[in-house]
Ligand binder design. Structure first.
Ligand SMILES: Cc1cc2nc3c(=O)[nH]c(=O)nc-3n(C[C@H](O)[C@H](O)[C@H](O)COP(=O)(O)OP(=O)(O)OC[C@H]3O[C@@H](n4cnc5c(N)ncnc54)[C@H](O)[C@@H]3O)c2cc1C
Length: 213
């Protein structure tokens, strides 16, 4: 998967971008998320789809081939979406990778947190949130009056359980966003029938989480 990102000033943005909400446009094997950047008077637009794998690199610049890949991936979408994407002459180009399960601690005094421990694809928009929770909870366990290796082992156990749940929510979102055929019909029906408050309540465990400090 690849994420292409760009910013479009509010004055140039199409009227279907909502200045008060995050909006997602979903389609087979791809989706687009747009949200307002209030202080900048602009929208951030992120288009996600499959794309080329640059291999292991820190610096992946968007060359014309990568730019054209975005146009190709969204070629069958609504004309207004294609026009929106055409506002991005040089989007940032982010190949998406995850980190597989494994140890975060060395059993003594070192620990990985954030993406180094558990980079995940951004389908639940939670990678940075998990890094922040990690930092808060790590500060709590590391300042408790217990053996550091035990504290880190406890941290690893409790955070791995939370991160696994968040990661599987991301996988579910990808499944639902990119659905085709009967699954797509079912998704649309559920979204049409359910009240927004009820959908939000289902996600209290995610967004209402109170990290133990
Ligand atoms: C398209 C996309 C959308 C996303 N959207 C969201 C979202 O809406 N919400 C959300 O919560 N998360 C989101 N994320 C995830 C989020 O960006 C990451 O999870 C988060 O940045 C991880 O933070 P980190 O501090 O662990 O790692 P990083 O942000 O990767 O920071 C690590 C830093 O260490 C530096 N570094 C590396 N090696 C060295 C070295 N040897 N010496 C010194 N410095 C070094 C790097 O340059 C980097 O600055 C998204 C990610 C993507 C790709």
């Amino acid at each position: 998967m690849v994420a292409w990102r760009f910013i479009i000033p509010e004055k140039d943005a199409p009227s279907f971008l909502n200045p008060r909400n995050v909006t997602a446009f979903v389609g087979p094997r791809a989706h687009i998320v747009a949200y307002p950047l209030r202080d900048a008077g602009a929208f951030n637009v992120v288009a996600l789809s499959s794309g080329a794998n640059p291999g292991e690199t820190w610096a992946a610049d968007c060359n014309p081939t990568h730019r054209n890949e975005m146009t190709t991936q969204f070629a069958g979408w609504h004309r207004d979406i294609r026009t929106l994407l055409s506002y991005a002459p040089k989007p940032t180009w982010w190949p998406l990778f995850g980190v597989s399960d494994g140890r975060w601690t060395d059993g003594q005094d070192k620990v990985l947190i954030g993406d180094a421990a558990h980079a995940m694809t951004p389908f639940a928009a939670q990678g940075a949130a998990m890094a922040i929770e990690d930092a808060y909870e790590l500060a709590g366990v590391a300042s408790a009056n217990v053996d550091l290796a035990d504290a880190l082992a406890f941290f690893e156990r409790s955070r791995q359980a939370r991160v696994a749940r968040v990661r599987s929510r991301g996988a579910f979102n990808k499944f639902a966003y990119h659905a085709r055929g009967p699954v797509r019909v079912a998704r649309d029906m559920v979204l049409r029938l359910r009240k927004p408050e009820s959908v939000a309540a289902d996600l209290d465990w995610l967004y209402g989480y109170k990290a133990p400090g």
